[in-house]
Design a protein around this ligand. Structure first.
Ligand code: DGL
Length: 270
């Protein structure tokens, strides 16, 4: 493993499945010349309902895989992995590590005027209190309301992005959060940016939605700039996608997440 990351190396991004492609999409827009290796653990998704030990074990395997590809930056695009295993990755990685929770927390604080913030995520993310730690670590006076939304990931995977069932489900989850008169809502799961129009509709125009994918891309751009790690190349970047199950479903759903066609999908046999 090289001691100094190389600016010409790719960025490594990983998630439990397809959801992290929302982060890849934001990175492609913000950093159009950077090559990316994406890892989606499609055979073992969902992580959001698994134990901390299991998630930490899987996360280590994936981080080591991407580090072997000599990535210059590791991005934990999965809120669930970031919530319970970010430190595990930081401890083993010789290259810088960014995670979506850190990025989401900073953006939420920048967006909120009333200091009343809501967070929605998977049960594991919410139960870990990782968002509360990240937000209160910066501003202890914030009033934070969290809500686990176990049903939203399967609804997004089903493609029901503007379906009455999704709308009712979201309304039910958001009711106690909105009752706290929040002015900012953190979308604390990779799948939720696809529900942005529906969630904005349900939350109302006075609530700012924080999309951790966009926040992540901004943080990545700043980190690469600060460390002199932006690629000097102006050639078309290379995108590779590594998955652990047959790639067909990843390909179809992935194109919805990415908003463009997907090639170079490889299956990793563990
Ligand atoms: N990627 C996960 C997250 O951001 C959602 C899917 C899962 O449960 O694995 O929390």
């Amino acid at each position: 493993m090289p001691a100094d990351p190389n600016p010409l190396s790719p960025i490594g991004v990983f998630d439990s499945g397809v959801g992290g492609l929302t982060v890849v999409r934001a990175l492609m827009e913000r950093l159009p010349f950077e090559s990316i290796h994406y890892f989606g653990d499609t055979a073992r998704v969902p992580y959001g309902v698994k134990s901390v030990q299991t998630i930490a074990h899987y996360t280590t395997q994936i981080a080591e895989f991407l580090l072997e590809k000599r990535v210059k930056l590791l991005i934990i695009a999965c809120n669930t992995m970031a919530a319970v295993a970010a430190q595990v990755v930081r401890d083993l990685s010789p290259t810088p590590v960014l995670d979506v929770i850190e990025a989401g927390a900073v953006s939420a604080l920048a967006a909120s005027r009333s200091r009343r913030i809501g967070v929605i995520g998977t049960p594991t993310t919410i139960n870990s209190n990782a968002y509360a730690r990240a937000i209160h670590g910066i501003d202890a006076d914030v009033r934070l309301t969290s809500q686990a939304c176990a049903l939203l990931v399967p609804l997004v995977e089903e493609g029901w992005l503007d379906h009455p069932v999704t709308r009712l489900t979201a309304r039910e989850y958001l009711r106690p959060v909105l009752a706290e008169r929040i002015d900012t809502l953190v979308l604390g799961c990779t799948h939720y940016p696809l529900l942005k129009p529906l969630l904005q509709d349900e939350a109302g125009p006075d609530v700012t939605l924080v999309d951790s994918a966009e926040a992540m891309a901004e943080q990545a751009a700043q980190l690469l700039g600060a460390r002199g790690l932006h690629t000097p190349s102006r050639a078309a970047p290379e995108y590779h996608y590594w998955v652990t199950d047959v790639p067909l479903r990843f390909q179809t759903i992935g194109e919805r997440f990415l908003g463009r066609s997907l090639s170079h999908v490889h299956v990793v046999q563990w």
